[in-house]
Ligand binder design. Structure first.
Ligand code: PSU
Ligand code: MN
Length: 303
């Protein structure tokens, strides 16, 4: 018994088009209803406004969707039984014909297979604080899948120095977009350096093409600080994150539940300021990603 090509999202290649992939875990598990649906629509709108093509990736009843319809977005935003799908879950949702919201790792994998090389998200997963063996599959995916991931750094709930160490080990370039520092998601600064600062989408395109020309297998992380107006000061967040972390510890949360719990808790403890910050950085990242996708299609070196 085989799996048909359509259900694997195999039917179209988008190589030469300015496409931006968007993930669905942030919709189903990262943001509360109805902000999640509004955000999903807003991100697609922003990408179009810049002149690029948005494709939000997810799985509906075992079918890979490279571009969810608006009704499907609404379903993933509202349904309570949507599986959080990282790389290891992909064969499971397909064969079991389940609905799945794809993480950064799974979205990168599916995007690359569809010929999409630019992807915007909020923050990638990383190494968890106090649990250095809990390393997001996002980092492994960046090591092996040729996609340029545009984000606001790794979530502040993580161990950022260790996350950067793992990225170094795995050969993933960390590019600061108009910044010298690795951003800490809700805050612009972390005190940690990036590998290279760039100012323009064209420079990012040149870096990505050099990586391809060298035959390197992996992707690249482009980190964009949250806009000034939406930033939450690090001093304010510190005790809140510590409280959320100790609560997760008390409840004995493990594995894929940890990230959604921490994000929801931080949003609650900041009375929604963290949610507003999250929405602002997502939109900003989508805009930058669209500009990079356009720069890549315009580049004379693009194959
Ligand atoms: N960043 C957010 N919200 C999210 C996530 C990241 O602001 O919901 C999601 C992404 O999909 C990321 C995932 O890939 O969390 C990482 O989960 P884990 O740590 O279980 O690998
Ligand atoms: Mn984990």
């Amino acid at each position: 018994m085989g799996v048909d090509e359509m259900s694997l999202g195999h039917h179209e290649r988008l190589d030469d088009q300015p496409v931006v992939a968007l993930e669905s875990t942030v919709i189903a598990h990262g943001l509360p209803w109805p902000h999640n649906l509004q955000a999903a629509r807003r991100l697609e709108h922003v990408v179009r406004e810049e002149g690029a093509i948005p494709r939000t990736i997810g799985v509906i009843a075992g079918q890979v969707r490279i571009g969810l319809t608006d009704a499907e977005l609404e379903h993933l935003a509202q349904a309570r039984d949507v599986r959080k799908v990282s790389r290891r879950d992909l064969p499971i949702v397909i064969a079991m014909k389940q609905d799945g919201a794809t993480t950064v790792a799974a979205t990168m994998y599916l995007a690359a297979r569809a010929g999409i090389c630019v992807f915007a998200t909020g923050g990638i997963g990383g190494v968890h604080r106090g649990h250095p063996w809990d390393i997001s599959a996002d980092l492994e995916e960046l090591a092996q899948t040729p996609v340029c991931v545009v984000c606001a750094g790794a979530k502040a709930i993580l161990d950022l120095p260790l996350t950067l160490e793992v990225l170094e080990t795995k050969g993933v370039p960390v590019i600061g977009y108009q910044t010298d520092e690795f951003p800490a998601f809700y805050s612009r600064a972390s005190g940690l350096p990036v590998d290279q600062r760039v100012e323009t989408p064209e420079e990012v395109a040149a870096l990505f093409l050099a990586q391809r020309a060298l035959g390197l297998p992996g992707g690249m992380l482009v980190v964009v600080p949250i806009p000034w107006h939406a930033e939450l000061p690090r001093e304010r967040l510190k005790p809140i994150i510590e409280q959320a972390l100790s609560e997760a510890e008390e409840r004995g949360l493990r594995g894929k539940e940890v990230t959604p719990f921490l994000l929801a808790h931080v949003a609650e403890l900041t009375h929604g300021d963290a949610l507003r910050a999250n929405l602002a950085l997502l939109e900003n990242n989508a805009r930058v990603a669209a500009q990079i996708a356009l720069a890549l299609t315009r580049s004379p070196d693009a194959s």
